[in-house]
Design a protein around this ligand. Structure first.
Ligand code: MN
Length: 291
């Protein structure tokens, strides 16, 4: 697999298709495998795809973003994800993470990987695919899938779905829409706050969303729960806010060793699926502080 050679053609194939789709789509299908942050962890992605093919071949597949950065194989992971989408366009959903922006990808690994491979000519193609990715999906008419979380002053999902396809404030390599980008930046408030509060760890314009505002939003849309990534927890997979929020991580190595997980959505229930321990060394996973 030579990702530097193969990425431009795959992006030319997939990006226009994604760019024509709305920022939020409702997807039928009651059985899903959900994949959270991959961060350049190719062995974990290959294990997830193998499980999908072997054990969950009747499931659809939803990726929550953050394909690139941190791990060593950003380009390979992005290529495999896009190839999977191209091969199964009706069964695969790709969302945008905060690392699918040029300003972040330049700083957190992809930039160095492109330079090391003499491949900085790929930036425009990466920008095109980043800009084309949607922000949200509804799975099985009941689960809202996003990378980060609920924005402050979030538009309704109908409004998000009707948002102009070519709005450069969001459909660009570095979006400027301070509300819509919160779909891939925000985190849940784990200190018991019920509303929105500043997310100091991530910077200005990023918010923590509390249990009440999430539940109100889900209720307004007749949804059961949200599934999101974006944040590594020591145990890899957590159910929060009385079961109305699932937060998990799929890469097993970054930022520190943690057990890699997928989420299964079956019959309206979300359950964790832990990937084999050979995919992470487990070294100090029990020792690092809760995030
Ligand atoms: Mn993220």
């Amino acid at each position: 697999m030579d990702a530097v050679q193969q990425l431009p053609a795959v992006i030319d194939d997939v990006a226009p298709r994604l760019a024509r789709q709305p920022l939020c789509r409702w997807h039928s299908g009651s059985r899903w495998v959900v994949v959270a942050d991959l961060h350049g962890d190719l062995p974990v992605l290959e294990a997830a795809l193998e499980l999908w093919h072997r054990q969950f071949a009747d499931h659809n597949l939803c990726f929550l973003g953050d394909y690139v950065d941190r791990g060593p194989d950003s380009l390979e992971v992005l290529l495999r994800v896009l190839q999977t989408m191209a091969a199964h366009p009706e069964r695969v959903v790709l969302l945008r993470g905060n690392h699918e922006t040029i300003s972040v990808a330049q700083r957190f690994g992809t930039g160095a990987q492109l330079r090391a491979r003499d491949a900085t000519r790929l930036w425009p193609a990466l920008g095109r695919i980043f800009a084309a990715l949607p922000l949200a999906a509804v799975l099985d008419s009941s689960i809202l899938a996003v990378h980060g979380g609920l924005p402050k002053d979030a538009p309704s999902l109908d409004a998000l779905g009707a948002h102009p396809h070519d709005d450069p404030a969001i459909r660009s390599e570095d979006p400027t829409d301070g509300t819509l980008t919160q779909f891939f930046w925000n985190d849940p408030d784990l200190q018991g706050g019920e509303g929105f509060s500043p997310n100091d760890g991530r910077g200005e314009g990023v918010w923590l969303f509390g249990r009440r505002v999430l539940c109100d939003y889900l209720d307004d849309h007749d949804l059961v729960a949200m599934v999101r990534g974006h944040q590594p927890f020591r145990q890899g997979w957590r159910s929060l806010f009385d079961g109305r929020l699932v937060s998990f991580h799929t890469s097993g190595r970054y930022p520190r060793p943690l057990p890699p997980h997928l989420t299964l959505l079956q019959e309206g229930q979300m359950t964790p699926l832990r990937l084999p321990e050979t995919l992470w060394d487990g070294e100090d996973a029990a020792a690092w502080d809760e995030v």
